[in-house]
Write a protein that binds this ligand. Structure first.
Ligand SMILES: [Zn+2]
Length: 266
């Protein structure tokens, strides 16, 4: 296990002199224009102005070295950007098909690219664990170093169809959101089998739920790396509010409720 209390790169152990993006620049630009006055909601209810996609507020504290965060991450970052771009521009097809075809997203090299996509989420989670001074599992580091499978990570992809319609049909600006990182009990077949770190990350209407097993007995092959197809679920307003609640609300209140609710949910 590697500790990160002395500002060392949690990936390679050298001096941490680089800051990973909490919200990737390409994600920011999916949600906002450079000139948009984007704000970040804080826990105390205040809104923090972001000003630009390069803002320090969009980055984690120093927890990686430049080499790990740049050249060693290049393929990982690229696999992620290609994926998000695909998911956000092919949403109607995805809603119909209900699955992601990584062969279609990445072409012939889909297997390697998909692993790099998973590495992106693993790296992002590593930065969040380091921020909380939580040990980074050696397995996660081995996976970033090129090991084939990280059997303790689980990813679930969702399309928020309500956000899709609202962000495309109103003057509401974009949605970027990162859920709290929590340690939660994990049940399998109705039985408690261990604890896992849990969080979620949203860019526009694409939401990824991320689990990382903490207890070794929970470790299993969460996400099948050998298949090119993965389920993508749809979630919408109807699953969040009842029909009666919706009928009673004014349109603007409904939208406000929706965005607030989605923040509280996380
Ligand atoms: Zn490093």
């Amino acid at each position: 296990m590697s500790k990160n209390k002395n500002k060392v790169c949690w990936w390679c152990g050298k001096k941490a002199d680089s800051r990973e993006h909490k919200y990737k620049r390409t994600d920011y630009l999916h949600a906002f224009n450079e000139e948009d006055n984007a704000v970040l909601p804080l826990k105390n209810g205040k809104l923090l102005p972001i000003q630009s996609a390069k803002s320090d507020y969009l980055k984690f504290d120093y927890s990686l070295c430049k080499r790990c965060n740049n050249e060693r991450s290049q393929k990982i970052d690229n696999a992620y950007s290609v994926f998000v771009n695909y998911a956000l521009t092919n949403t109607p097809e995805l809603i119909n098909k209900k699955y992601l075809d990584f062969g279609e997203i990445y072409g012939d090299h889909w297997y390697e690219m998909k692993q790099n996509l998973i590495r992106y989420y693993a790296k992002h989670l590593g930065c969040r664990l380091a921020f909380k001074n939580i040990d980074i599992p050696n397995k996660l580091i081995d996976f970033l170093n090129g090991e084939n499978v990280l059997d303790s990570i689980k990813l679930e992809f969702q399309i928020r169809t309500d956000f899709y319609h609202i962000l495309n049909n109103t003057d509401w600006t974009g949605n970027l959101f990162m859920g709290d990182l929590t340690l939660v009990p994990f049940n399998y077949d109705g039985k408690f089998i261990g604890r896992a770190f849990h969080t979620l990350y949203s860019v526009q209407w694409l939401r990824t739920i991320i689990w990382l097993a903490k207890d070794t007995k929970l470790v299993k092959k969460f996400l099948d790396l050998n298949t090119n197809l993965n389920k993508i679920e749809q979630l919408s307003l109807e699953e969040i509010l009842s029909k009666e609640q919706m009928e009673k609300m004014e349109y603007n209140d409904l939208i406000k409720h929706l965005f607030n609710k989605s923040k509280k949910e996380t």
